[in-house]
Ligand binder design. Structure first.
Ligand SMILES: Nc1ncnc2c1ncn2[C@@H]1O[C@H](COP(=O)(O)OP(=O)(O)OP(=O)(O)O)[C@@H](O)[C@H]1O
Ligand SMILES: [Mg+2]
Length: 255
Protein backbone atom coordinates (compact mmCIF):
# COMPACT_ATOMS: atom_id res chain seq x y z
CA UNK A 1 0.00 0.00 0.00
CA UNK A 2 1.17 3.51 -0.81
CA UNK A 3 2.39 5.76 1.95
CA UNK A 4 0.15 8.84 1.70
CA UNK A 5 1.70 12.08 2.91
CA UNK A 6 -0.02 15.47 2.97
CA UNK A 7 2.10 18.61 2.91
CA UNK A 8 0.15 21.29 4.69
CA UNK A 9 0.35 24.72 6.29
CA UNK A 10 -2.35 27.33 5.89
CA UNK A 11 0.32 29.99 5.85
CA UNK A 12 1.16 30.94 2.27
CA UNK A 13 4.58 30.68 0.67
CA UNK A 14 6.26 28.50 3.30
CA UNK A 15 7.57 25.94 0.82
CA UNK A 16 4.78 23.34 0.63
CA UNK A 17 4.86 22.95 -3.14
CA UNK A 18 8.66 23.10 -3.25
CA UNK A 19 8.75 20.30 -0.67
CA UNK A 20 6.27 18.18 -2.62
CA UNK A 21 8.15 18.50 -5.91
CA UNK A 22 11.63 17.94 -4.55
CA UNK A 23 10.80 15.23 -2.03
CA UNK A 24 9.11 13.48 -4.95
CA UNK A 25 12.30 13.94 -6.97
CA UNK A 26 14.52 12.49 -4.25
CA UNK A 27 12.19 9.52 -3.67
CA UNK A 28 11.86 8.84 -7.41
CA UNK A 29 15.66 8.86 -7.70
CA UNK A 30 15.68 5.89 -5.35
CA UNK A 31 13.34 3.99 -7.62
CA UNK A 32 10.09 4.65 -5.79
CA UNK A 33 6.92 5.35 -7.76
CA UNK A 34 5.39 8.67 -6.75
CA UNK A 35 2.01 10.25 -7.33
CA UNK A 36 1.85 13.99 -6.66
CA UNK A 37 -1.68 15.28 -6.10
CA UNK A 38 -2.31 18.98 -6.60
CA UNK A 39 -5.05 20.17 -4.23
CA UNK A 40 -4.34 23.87 -4.81
CA UNK A 41 -6.29 25.91 -7.40
CA UNK A 42 -3.08 27.93 -7.91
CA UNK A 43 -1.78 24.74 -9.62
CA UNK A 44 1.85 25.48 -8.73
CA UNK A 45 2.62 21.78 -8.24
CA UNK A 46 1.18 20.93 -11.64
CA UNK A 47 3.16 23.65 -13.41
CA UNK A 48 6.25 23.00 -11.30
CA UNK A 49 6.28 19.42 -12.54
CA UNK A 50 6.32 20.65 -16.11
CA UNK A 51 2.66 20.24 -17.07
CA UNK A 52 1.29 22.91 -19.41
CA UNK A 53 -2.05 23.95 -17.89
CA UNK A 54 -3.44 24.57 -21.38
CA UNK A 55 -3.21 20.85 -22.10
CA UNK A 56 -5.03 19.71 -18.96
CA UNK A 57 -8.45 18.38 -19.95
CA UNK A 58 -9.48 16.71 -16.74
CA UNK A 59 -8.15 17.59 -13.32
CA UNK A 60 -8.64 17.10 -9.61
CA UNK A 61 -11.71 19.31 -9.91
CA UNK A 62 -13.36 16.51 -11.91
CA UNK A 63 -12.22 13.84 -9.47
CA UNK A 64 -13.60 15.65 -6.44
CA UNK A 65 -16.86 16.69 -8.10
CA UNK A 66 -18.85 13.54 -7.77
CA UNK A 67 -17.81 11.04 -10.37
CA UNK A 68 -16.92 13.22 -13.35
CA UNK A 69 -13.57 11.42 -13.55
CA UNK A 70 -11.58 8.84 -11.61
CA UNK A 71 -8.13 9.62 -10.27
CA UNK A 72 -6.68 7.17 -12.79
CA UNK A 73 -8.26 9.18 -15.64
CA UNK A 74 -6.63 12.47 -14.66
CA UNK A 75 -3.16 11.24 -13.70
CA UNK A 76 -0.46 12.09 -16.22
CA UNK A 77 3.25 11.25 -16.33
CA UNK A 78 5.75 14.08 -15.85
CA UNK A 79 9.16 14.70 -17.43
CA UNK A 80 10.71 13.01 -14.40
CA UNK A 81 10.85 9.22 -14.39
CA UNK A 82 8.84 7.77 -11.54
CA UNK A 83 6.71 10.86 -10.90
CA UNK A 84 3.09 11.14 -12.03
CA UNK A 85 0.86 14.09 -11.24
CA UNK A 86 -2.86 14.50 -10.66
CA UNK A 87 -3.15 18.07 -11.96
CA UNK A 88 -5.12 21.00 -10.62
CA UNK A 89 -6.53 23.98 -12.47
CA UNK A 90 -8.21 27.15 -11.26
CA UNK A 91 -11.49 25.23 -11.52
CA UNK A 92 -10.60 23.58 -8.21
CA UNK A 93 -11.60 26.80 -6.45
CA UNK A 94 -15.24 26.33 -7.45
CA UNK A 95 -15.02 22.65 -6.56
CA UNK A 96 -14.29 23.64 -2.99
CA UNK A 97 -17.52 25.63 -2.96
CA UNK A 98 -19.42 22.65 -4.42
CA UNK A 99 -18.00 20.38 -1.74
CA UNK A 100 -19.62 22.52 0.94
CA UNK A 101 -23.04 21.27 -0.06
CA UNK A 102 -22.13 17.63 -0.62
CA UNK A 103 -22.50 14.77 1.84
CA UNK A 104 -19.35 13.10 3.13
CA UNK A 105 -17.41 15.87 1.46
CA UNK A 106 -14.36 15.49 3.66
CA UNK A 107 -13.79 11.99 2.28
CA UNK A 108 -13.86 12.76 -1.44
CA UNK A 109 -10.09 12.47 -1.94
CA UNK A 110 -9.75 9.44 0.31
CA UNK A 111 -12.41 7.65 -1.71
CA UNK A 112 -10.73 8.62 -4.97
CA UNK A 113 -7.43 7.21 -3.68
CA UNK A 114 -8.88 3.91 -2.50
CA UNK A 115 -7.89 1.01 -4.65
CA UNK A 116 -5.97 1.88 -7.79
CA UNK A 117 -3.47 4.44 -6.50
CA UNK A 118 -2.58 2.41 -3.42
CA UNK A 119 -1.29 -0.41 -5.60
CA UNK A 120 0.25 1.74 -8.30
CA UNK A 121 2.48 3.94 -6.14
CA UNK A 122 4.89 3.70 -3.22
CA UNK A 123 4.29 7.28 -2.11
CA UNK A 124 1.41 9.68 -2.68
CA UNK A 125 2.30 13.31 -1.90
CA UNK A 126 -0.61 15.72 -1.50
CA UNK A 127 0.17 19.41 -1.94
CA UNK A 128 -2.40 21.39 0.06
CA UNK A 129 -3.45 25.01 -0.57
CA UNK A 130 -2.69 27.80 1.93
CA UNK A 131 -6.07 27.57 3.66
CA UNK A 132 -7.74 25.37 6.25
CA UNK A 133 -10.74 24.83 3.98
CA UNK A 134 -12.23 21.68 2.53
CA UNK A 135 -9.41 21.06 0.06
CA UNK A 136 -6.84 20.90 2.85
CA UNK A 137 -9.21 18.87 5.01
CA UNK A 138 -9.65 16.41 2.13
CA UNK A 139 -5.87 16.12 1.94
CA UNK A 140 -5.56 15.45 5.66
CA UNK A 141 -8.41 12.92 5.72
CA UNK A 142 -6.78 10.99 2.88
CA UNK A 143 -3.29 11.00 4.42
CA UNK A 144 -1.41 8.66 6.74
CA UNK A 145 0.80 11.49 7.87
CA UNK A 146 1.47 15.17 7.38
CA UNK A 147 4.65 17.15 6.82
CA UNK A 148 4.39 20.78 7.94
CA UNK A 149 6.91 23.09 6.28
CA UNK A 150 7.70 25.97 8.63
CA UNK A 151 9.49 29.07 7.52
CA UNK A 152 12.38 29.79 9.89
CA UNK A 153 11.70 33.48 9.54
CA UNK A 154 9.40 35.95 11.22
CA UNK A 155 6.03 34.75 12.55
CA UNK A 156 6.89 31.15 11.68
CA UNK A 157 5.02 29.68 14.59
CA UNK A 158 2.01 31.90 14.19
CA UNK A 159 -0.80 29.74 12.89
CA UNK A 160 0.86 26.47 13.81
CA UNK A 161 -1.48 26.08 16.78
CA UNK A 162 -4.53 26.48 14.54
CA UNK A 163 -3.20 23.88 12.12
CA UNK A 164 -2.40 21.40 14.88
CA UNK A 165 -5.92 21.91 16.28
CA UNK A 166 -7.47 21.07 12.91
CA UNK A 167 -5.23 18.01 12.61
CA UNK A 168 -6.29 16.86 16.08
CA UNK A 169 -9.96 17.33 15.23
CA UNK A 170 -9.54 15.35 12.01
CA UNK A 171 -7.77 12.63 13.96
CA UNK A 172 -10.58 12.33 16.46
CA UNK A 173 -13.47 12.56 13.99
CA UNK A 174 -12.42 11.60 10.47
CA UNK A 175 -9.02 9.89 10.26
CA UNK A 176 -7.83 8.15 13.41
CA UNK A 177 -4.51 7.16 11.83
CA UNK A 178 -3.38 10.64 10.86
CA UNK A 179 -0.09 11.61 12.43
CA UNK A 180 2.23 14.58 12.17
CA UNK A 181 5.41 13.18 10.65
CA UNK A 182 7.27 16.36 11.43
CA UNK A 183 7.92 20.04 11.06
CA UNK A 184 10.26 20.86 8.19
CA UNK A 185 12.33 24.03 8.63
CA UNK A 186 12.38 25.97 5.34
CA UNK A 187 13.90 29.21 4.04
CA UNK A 188 16.65 28.78 6.62
CA UNK A 189 19.37 31.40 6.70
CA UNK A 190 22.04 30.37 9.18
CA UNK A 191 23.82 33.71 8.82
CA UNK A 192 21.04 35.57 10.61
CA UNK A 193 20.38 35.48 14.32
CA UNK A 194 16.65 35.39 13.58
CA UNK A 195 17.02 32.24 11.48
CA UNK A 196 19.01 30.45 14.17
CA UNK A 197 16.64 31.58 16.90
CA UNK A 198 13.60 30.40 14.96
CA UNK A 199 15.18 27.00 14.45
CA UNK A 200 15.95 26.72 18.16
CA UNK A 201 12.43 27.78 19.02
CA UNK A 202 11.00 25.14 16.69
CA UNK A 203 13.08 22.41 18.32
CA UNK A 204 12.28 23.62 21.83
CA UNK A 205 8.56 23.42 21.16
CA UNK A 206 9.06 19.73 21.75
CA UNK A 207 5.55 18.69 20.76
CA UNK A 208 6.45 17.50 17.30
CA UNK A 209 9.35 15.90 15.51
CA UNK A 210 11.52 18.44 13.71
CA UNK A 211 13.23 17.00 10.66
CA UNK A 212 17.02 16.97 10.80
CA UNK A 213 17.00 18.05 7.16
CA UNK A 214 16.78 21.83 6.93
CA UNK A 215 15.86 23.53 3.66
CA UNK A 216 18.03 26.60 3.26
CA UNK A 217 17.05 29.78 1.53
CA UNK A 218 18.63 29.42 -1.90
CA UNK A 219 18.17 30.98 -5.29
CA UNK A 220 18.33 27.55 -6.90
CA UNK A 221 15.01 26.54 -5.30
CA UNK A 222 13.43 29.82 -6.32
CA UNK A 223 14.29 29.00 -9.93
CA UNK A 224 12.82 25.53 -9.68
CA UNK A 225 9.28 26.33 -10.90
CA UNK A 226 10.70 27.43 -14.25
CA UNK A 227 12.39 24.12 -14.98
CA UNK A 228 9.40 21.82 -14.60
CA UNK A 229 11.58 19.28 -12.82
CA UNK A 230 12.75 18.56 -9.26
CA UNK A 231 16.10 20.01 -8.21
CA UNK A 232 17.49 16.49 -7.82
CA UNK A 233 17.19 16.21 -11.59
CA UNK A 234 18.13 19.71 -12.85
CA UNK A 235 20.79 20.62 -10.27
CA UNK A 236 21.54 17.30 -8.60
CA UNK A 237 24.90 18.35 -7.18
CA UNK A 238 23.62 21.31 -5.17
CA UNK A 239 23.23 21.49 -1.41
CA UNK A 240 19.48 21.85 -1.87
CA UNK A 241 19.34 18.58 -3.80
CA UNK A 242 21.30 16.86 -1.02
CA UNK A 243 18.88 18.27 1.56
CA UNK A 244 15.92 16.70 -0.22
CA UNK A 245 17.79 13.38 -0.50
CA UNK A 246 18.35 13.55 3.27
CA UNK A 247 14.69 14.38 3.78
CA UNK A 248 13.69 11.41 1.62
CA UNK A 249 15.82 9.16 3.83
CA UNK A 250 14.17 10.58 6.97
CA UNK A 251 10.72 10.10 5.45
CA UNK A 252 11.50 6.49 4.56
CA UNK A 253 12.86 5.85 8.07
CA UNK A 254 9.82 7.43 9.73
CA UNK A 255 7.68 5.13 7.58
N1 LIG B 1 14.30 27.27 0.26
C1 LIG B 1 13.93 28.19 -0.63
N2 LIG B 1 14.79 29.18 -0.99
C2 LIG B 1 14.42 30.12 -1.90
N3 LIG B 1 13.22 30.17 -2.50
C3 LIG B 1 12.33 29.22 -2.18
C4 LIG B 1 12.63 28.18 -1.24
N4 LIG B 1 11.55 27.38 -1.13
C5 LIG B 1 10.63 27.89 -1.95
N5 LIG B 1 11.07 28.99 -2.59
C6 LIG B 1 10.30 29.84 -3.51
O1 LIG B 1 9.38 30.58 -2.72
C7 LIG B 1 8.10 30.62 -3.32
C8 LIG B 1 7.07 29.94 -2.41
O2 LIG B 1 7.39 28.56 -2.28
P1 LIG B 1 6.27 27.45 -2.45
O3 LIG B 1 5.44 27.74 -3.64
O4 LIG B 1 6.93 26.13 -2.35
O5 LIG B 1 5.42 27.73 -1.13
P2 LIG B 1 3.94 27.22 -0.81
O6 LIG B 1 3.86 27.05 0.66
O7 LIG B 1 3.59 26.07 -1.64
O8 LIG B 1 3.10 28.50 -1.27
P3 LIG B 1 1.49 28.56 -1.35
O9 LIG B 1 1.05 28.70 0.06
O10 LIG B 1 1.21 29.78 -2.18
O11 LIG B 1 1.03 27.31 -1.98
C9 LIG B 1 8.25 29.94 -4.67
O12 LIG B 1 8.51 30.89 -5.64
C10 LIG B 1 9.47 29.04 -4.48
O13 LIG B 1 10.16 28.84 -5.68
MG1 LIG C 1 1.93 25.79 -2.90
Amino acid sequence: MANVIAIANQKGGVGKTTTAINLAGALAEQGFRILCIDMDPQANLTVGLGVNLGTVERSMADVLSDGRATLEQVVTPTQTTGIDVAPATLELASTEVELFSAIGREHALREALDGWAGEQYDFVLIDCPPTLGLLTINGLVAADSVIIPVQTQYYALKGLTALVKVINTIRSKLNRDLRIMGLLPTFYDGRTILGREMLDELRELGDHHVFTSIVRNTVKLGEAPLTGRPITSYAGGTEAARTFRDLAREVIDLG
